[in-house]
Design a protein around this ligand. Structure first.
Ligand code: HEC
Ligand code: HEC
Ligand code: HEC
Ligand code: HEC
Ligand code: HEC
Ligand code: HEC
Ligand code: HEC
Ligand code: HEC
Length: 447
């Protein structure tokens, strides 16, 4: 029979508790170890992995044993077995097992059993982010930061290009679980960005904290915005009582949960809107861009979507819990916010700064090494995004205090600096930016 059940026994090794004299001594409780014994009729090969690894990697085995995978008899071999010819096969592991294994389990490996999720993911901005950022980002293209800053910063969220060096995974590129990691088999991403191994839990991915690992901070504070919103307040108050593990398509507002999480609005199936692993769906704007444009008009990575259709999908999400008038009212305000940001703040400031370039008072030589360049950057990249995101996701503090208020102040700084340059007629001071020198060689993404 295929439905082999894995019996899992928790044996509490009752460790000796100290006898009577313990009364006088300030007794330290002896640790109580739990051991897992896994019994099944899974193949001998798979059992060998489990036996050896349950000694040395207890936490890992415990996670796997609790997963739906274990219950469906999906074992270590199903995910880690490699062919001896694979680039990423572990050379040292041959000392322990005859079965070639690889530490990397890529979206391509998962796609054997989850083809739909992998295909949607592959076209998302998440999967393709390295190519996108190498098209537009000054920190990278002009070497304005260095490799260690990139490895511990950018690439931890965006993903590394995993390389093999002397038969081993190159520690400069591994470990890494960034959303756009490029794997030795050519596939993009790391499914454990949101579903941590070895539980691969749907529950974990549906909670906002999964997204908040990367979506936080001054330039994309979605988790802070969510926590400030009424939706987030409800999640904080009663999320622990909701049902999180319903099968996709059956996770029901009202019954299983009462307020949306990131996943509900951006990914889960709800109210006739199909579940998706492509987070670009349901968006009508590129609110992270300097000038807000439509996703299909975003030149570095034009989405294959129609903004009106995607807006209607997002509205259908809201309509599972709200009325049409409430929903329309919200989006009218969002669209007016975008217009306000683009026309009142971004365009006029960009025009001022461009004039400084034309007059050679600012140098195009390198980005981000003159005061005015940093001011302009923070205008759109920090407060300008916060205002837009705050309005999109119901956080008035971000829309105003961290957003438009800060922008008003920033515009004063920009205007002051422009006035100063015009008055002095001398080119702006170019700073010798510290920690530069990262490679400016664009990786080849077309193969
Ligand atoms: C006899 C013990 C033993 C057996 C059997 C065994 N392993 Fe391991 N495994 C190890 C040790 C020790 C390490 C850590 C050292 C290393 O990576 O070379 C390891 C590491 C790994 C790694 C991480 C490799 C890396 O580069 O980080 C994976 C993945 C792995 N094992 C999977 C498996 C799978 C799948 C099986 C069954 C086919 C298996 N192991 C069987 C002992 C074993
Ligand atoms: C559903 C697929 C899946 C199964 C089943 C699975 N793994 Fe993994 N394993 C992964 C993924 C994904 C990673 C992270 C590597 C990556 O990001 O590509 C990983 C990482 C590892 C690592 C190295 C990471 C670390 O934290 O040191 C070891 C060792 C490992 N697995 C052993 C095992 C063993 C032993 C089993 C069986 C009990 C097992 N795995 C079952 C998918 C799986
Ligand atoms: C050999 C087939 C196989 C492979 C390979 C595989 N899975 Fe699965 N996975 C399954 C099956 C079968 C289930 C459904 C179990 C069930 O319905 O109870 C499942 C369920 C899941 C779930 C839902 C878990 C839940 O809590 O409901 C997630 C998430 C998942 N897999 C992610 C992954 C990821 C990520 C990888 C690659 C690292 C992967 N799977 C590799 C077969 C596989
Ligand atoms: C904490 C995780 C994290 C770090 C660290 C990080 N980013 Fe990002 N980055 C993100 C997220 C999340 C977004 C998506 C912003 C949005 O759409 O709201 C993003 C967006 C971007 C974008 C815009 C992409 C687009 O579609 O327009 C660029 C470019 C970028 N990051 C480059 C970098 C570079 C270069 C570094 C390092 C100097 C870096 N990021 C560091 C998480 C991170
Ligand atoms: C950006 C975060 C994120 C990443 C990365 C991600 N997932 Fe998911 N995944 C989710 C969320 C959220 C859900 C729950 C969606 C829902 O409620 O329907 C989910 C659900 C699933 C399910 C359960 C669906 C089912 O039909 O049983 C599977 C399987 C799955 N993901 C596989 C993958 C695979 C394979 C990858 C890598 C290609 C991956 N996921 C990458 C967030 C993510
Ligand atoms: C490991 C880091 C990481 C995690 C975890 C993560 N993201 Fe992202 N996300 C990013 C990065 C990086 C980008 C920017 C991609 C780009 O535009 O180049 C991004 C972009 C996005 C976008 C904008 C897409 C677009 O087309 O502009 C949405 C929406 C999004 N993420 C939603 C989510 C949700 C929902 C979750 C949790 C279920 C999540 N993300 C988890 C890193 C992450
Ligand atoms: C109530 C629904 C809702 C919730 C909850 C929600 N979002 Fe959003 N999100 C939106 C809407 C609406 C937009 C703007 C859509 C548009 O483009 O018209 C948006 C925009 C975004 C963007 C900007 C995309 C871009 O590049 O323009 C990112 C990134 C994002 N959300 C991530 C998240 C994350 C991460 C969480 C959880 C911490 C989250 N969202 C929670 C509805 C939601
Ligand atoms: C799963 C149900 C659910 C979904 C889906 C949902 N909401 Fe809500 N929303 C709620 C609940 C519950 C409240 C709290 C109502 C109250 O204040 O009594 C709320 C409150 C709000 C508020 C009031 C915020 C405030 O500060 O008072 C707005 C605006 C809102 N939602 C907009 C949206 C939009 C826009 C969407 C879709 C992008 C959406 N909601 C999706 C359940 C939901």
């Amino acid at each position: 029979m295929k439905t082999v059940q894995i019996a899992l026994y928790l044996i509490l090794t009752a460790l000796l508790t100290m006898p009577a004299y313990a009364k006088e001594t300030s007794q330290l409780k002896a640790p109580q170890y739990k051991t897992y014994r896994i019994e099944s009729t899974i193949s001998e090969d798979a059992q060998s992995c489990i036996d050896c690894h349950s000694e040395m990697s207890k936490g890992l085995i415990a996670d796997w044993a609790k997963s739906r995978h274990a219950h469906a008899n999906i074992t270590c071999i199903d995910c880690h077995q490699a062919s001896a010819a694979d680039k990423d096969v572990s050379a040292t592991h041959a000392d322990y097992s005859e079965i070639p294994v690889s530490a990397i389990v890529s979206p391509k490996d998962c796609s054997r059993c989850h083809p739909a999720e992998a295909a949607e993911y592959a076209k998302s901005k998440h999967a393709n982010t390295l190519e996108i950022i190498w098209k537009i980002d000054g920190w990278l293209n002009d070497g304005m930061n260095n490799e260690i800053e990139r490895i511990t910063g950018c690439y931890a969220c965006h993903g590394s290009i995993v390389k093999i060096k002397d038969g081993k995974l190159d520690p400069a590129t591994w470990p890494n679980v960034g959303v756009g990691r490029i794997n030795p088999d050519g596939s993009k991403g790391s499914c454990s960005s949101c579903h941590t191994r070895h539980k691969f839990s749907i529950e974990e991915a549906r909670k906002p904290e999964a997204c908040g690992q990367c979506h936080l901070g001054p330039d994309h504070p979605q988790i802070e915005i969510y926590k400030e919103s009424k939706h987030g307040a409800i999640y904080d108050a009663e999320g622990h009582t909701w049902k999180w593990d319903s099968a996709p398509g059956t996770w029901t507002p009202g019954t299983d949960y009462r307020a949306p999480t990131c996943s509900v609005c951006h990914m889960s199936g709800i109210n006739g809107v199909k579940a998706t692993h492509d987070v670009t769906e349901r968006l009508a704007w590129e609110t992270q861009a300097p000038l807000t444009v439509r996703p299909n008009e975003f030149k570095p990575w034009p989405a294959d979507t129609d903004p009106t259709e995607e807006r209607n999908k997002m509205k259908d999400v809201c309509l599972a819990c709200h009325s049409q008038a409430w929903t329309d009212g919200h989006f009218n305000r969002l669209d007016a916010t975008i217009e306000n940001y683009n026309e009142v703040y971004y365009k006029p400031m960009k025009k001022l700064v461009d004039e400084m370039y034309e007059k050679k008072l600012l140098s195009k030589d390198k980005p981000l090494d003159e005061k005015l360049e940093i001011e302009m950057y923070e205008l759109w990249h920090h407060e300008g995004r916060r205002a837009r995101f705050g309005a999109a996701m119901m956080a008035p503090d971000y829309a105003w205090w961290h957003g438009f208020y800060e922008m008003k102040k920033r515009c004063m700084e920009i205007e002051t600096e422009v006035e100063h340059l015009l008055k002095s007629g001398k080119p702006a001071k170019k700073f010798n930016v510290r920690g530069t020198g990262g490679s400016t060689k664009k990786p080849n993404f077309t193969k």
